[in-house]
Design a protein around this ligand. Structure first.
Ligand code: MIC
Ligand code: SF4
Length: 644
């Protein structure tokens, strides 16, 4: 029986465990990436490991999230990162150079390599044939130190594409189609492997749009083979030396096969407030829009922005629409500036933002109250835009640009096929890596401004926990609910401050209550529903609750990265064995857990006594994770291991 592409690459990288779905395996990581919102904490933790230099083939640190610089905090983070990176063998992509995923694809991605990134959209790299996985910052710090990355060997779903997209339909509509089929839940422990004749019609950036938004499915990653199209892309980036052809075996066996005919795909939108709330644009078109935001790591390729420029050429955004364009990389921005397309976008009335995450992470451009915003990014969780009452729809650049002109949601298929901009992607891209600073030869002083705190301190697991149910939440709680970004992003390097905003939009009193309980020796249990911890990789959604005294989370199910992050910071993720128990537990109930050190090490269940009633809860973690929990987290565990 043949192997999938994903397993072929894993085979070349496995260092621990047996490669079979469901087993925990350790793999060698070739490349790492971080961004500034998760990176500062990742590098503080890397420093705490006491390793003089990264041990990867390549580690890159990007400044792209916190570039708004209202106050000194962001700039302090940037100065820390730049000087710290120089000392530890890490490449540093300066603010303005672009969004980590897009720049990494353009300048560093390598088919067949493994990439671990402290950002959930790291799977963008799957577009170039890498095994690219998102994880918490501490996992990335350990990988930079040469430690393996552990994951559950996933099931592989094969998505077979045939045919060709029609004019006005683009790769965003492909991934929205997949999201409509698989939804954001229930895909933990799987990966998507794209094959079929149809993939030949898709360029690397188009493939990367698809793998990028695979993150919203909750899969571990998504991957495309590396073929002629990959070579073409690498040649244009003057990196053909990194090319290698890799495909799945022709008789590869998959756990499930999904077939999609590209020519039958419709223009789609992910409606408020979830990336899997998919509707056909033809069914909903016509409503008035207030804002159109184009950009992000999902849709800012040269082709995307040239398509937008052609649509906007000679036209104006409707007078009630705020049109925002944030190009994902400086390379693309400079190319469209030099060829004049940017001028067409500017002339249309668009507001040009810097090459950074910007509106996508709620760093500016919050829509008006109750406003309708069409966006080309990947997440539309409630309040993520910065406006709680806003309605955000995720669409393709084509739909976005046409709608900006009309002032209402437009179905692109209503336009004649002959009007579809035919964009020729140049054979040679503009290469200028001057904003990527190589590591320094000699040691320099690391700048630590007042915003740079300490890496989080965690204590070994207590045998007995007395506490209280501090919060009860429903299904699909995202890390944006747990630890809001936007205006609060600047506190990422300052845990006590950032912790004040835990669950800010869910229960503004939660943080104060939990801290007061902690001061009284009472630890907090959070009760959650299905898919607890969806969305981003931000380990702050584990660190800050841990700081507030959360030691247990009891949910119907967890998302992969978040549950790993909880364990990394010594918080025990427990699952309901009888989902009906969820109804019986209330906020304020007392909680007692005994013999934790033994049960966490040896048992698959933990008994919690909640309001006097015993509940048997499942703890499904690997032996290695049990040991991590016992030490009170991955940092303590790794320091011990490295010093041994
Ligand atoms: C996001 O899209 O939510 C982010 C911001 O890129 C996060 C990382 C973070 O919270 O720092 C992600 O997706 O991992
Ligand atoms: Fe940045 Fe948005 Fe991409 Fe996250 S999803 S990396 S915030 S552009």
């Amino acid at each position: 029986m043949g192997h999938s592409l994903f397993y072929k690459i894993l085979r070349e990288h496995i260092v621990e465990g047996t490669l079979a779905p469901g087993n925990e395996i350790g793999i060698r990581i070739d490349q790492t990436l971080t961004q500034d919102a998760t990176g500062t904490m990742a590098y503080l933790q890397f420093e705490a490991l006491g390793i003089p230099k990264v041990r990867t083939e390549l580690s890159v640190s990007y400044i792209d999230h916190n570039t708004i610089q209202m106050g000194f905090e962001n700039a302090d983070d940037h100065a820390y990162l730049q000087t710290m990176n120089a000392n530890f063998g890490i490449y540093h992509s300066r603010a303005g150079n672009g969004i980590c995923h897009q720049v990494h694809l353009e300048r560093f991605g390598r088919p067949g390599a493994t990439l671990l990134g402290s950002d959930s959209h790291t799977p963008t790299g799957g577009g170039i044939g890498m095994v690219a996985i998102g994880a918490g910052g501490l996992d990335v710090a350990v990988a930079m130190g040469g430690g393996p990355f552990y994951l559950t060997a996933p099931r592989v779903i094969n998505v077979r594409l045939k045919g060709k997209l029609r004019p006005w339909v683009s790769s965003k509509d492909v991934i929205l189609t997949v999201l409509g089929m698989l939804s954001t839940r229930g895909n933990v422990g799987t990966i998507l492997e794209y094959t079929g004749d149809g993939i030949r019609t898709l360029s690397v950036p188009e493939r990367a749009t698809i793998t990028n938004m695979g993150a919203e499915l909750g899969v571990t990653t998504s991957i495309f083979p590396s073929d002629e199209a990959t070579l073409h892309f690498l040649k244009a980036q003057a990196r053909e030396g990194s090319w290698r052809e890799i495909h799945p075996d022709s008789d590869a066996e998959y756990d499930r096969v999904i077939e999609i005919d590209l020519s039958s795909i419709q223009p789609l939108a992910a409606c408020p407030h979830s990336p899997d709330n998919i509707k056909k644009i033809s069914d909903i078109a016509g409503f008035r829009v207030d804002q159109v935001a184009i950009g992000s790591c999902t849709n800012s390729s040269y082709k995307d922005l040239m398509t937008v420029a052609r649509i906007m050429k000679g036209k104006k955004a409707a007078s009630h629409v705020s049109l925002i364009v944030a190009p994902g990389s400086r390379q693309v921005l400079e190319m469209i500036a030099r060829n004049g397309a940017l001028a067409d976008i500017i002339a249309s009335g668009a507001r040009i933002m810097e090459s950074a995450c910007g509106f996508c992470i709620g760093a500016g451009q919050a829509p008006l109250t109750g406003g309708i915003s069409l966006r080309t990014n990947n997440r539309n969780f409630e309040a993520r835009s910065g406006t709680e009452s806003a309605q955000v729809y995720l669409v393709s650049p084509e739909t976005a640009a046409l709608s900006a002109v009309a002032g209402t949601l437009v179905n692109p298929l209503d336009r004649p096929a002959r009007d579809y901009p035919d964009i020729t992607v140049p054979d040679q891209f503009l290469i200028d890596d001057s904003m990527i600073l190589p590591p320094s030869e000699k040691k320099i002083e690391i700048v630590r401004g007042p915003n740079i705190g300490d890496p989080p301190y965690t204590e070994p697991l207590r045998d007995e926990i007395q506490g209280v149910v501090g919060l009860k939440v429903g299904d699909a709680i995202t890390t944006d609910h747990i630890m809001p970004a936007g205006q609060r992003l600047k506190y990422r390097s300052n845990i006590p401050k950032y912790a004040e905003y835990v669950f800010e939009h869910v229960d503004p009193e939660f943080s104060k209550r939990a801290l007061a309980d902690k001061a009284g020796g009472m630890y907090t249990l959070i009760v959650g529903g299905l898919s607890y911890g969806q969305g981003s990789s931000r380990e702050h959604a584990a660190i800050c609750p841990m700081y507030l005294g959360v030691r247990l989370v009891l949910a119907k199910s967890f998302e992969r990265i978040h549950s790993d992050n909880l364990i990394n910071f010594g918080v025990i993720p427990l699952a309901f064995i009888n989902p009906g128990d969820y109804e019986r537990i209330n906020r304020g109930d007392s909680v007692i857990a005994r013999d934790l050190r033994t049960t966490v090490m040896e048992s698959d269940t933990v008994t919690l006594t909640i309001a006097g009633t015993p509940y048997t809860c499942a703890i499904s973690v690997s032996q290695r994770q049990r040991a991590i929990l016992l030490e009170g987290g991955l940092l303590n565990y790794t320091r011990k291991k490295f010093s041994a």
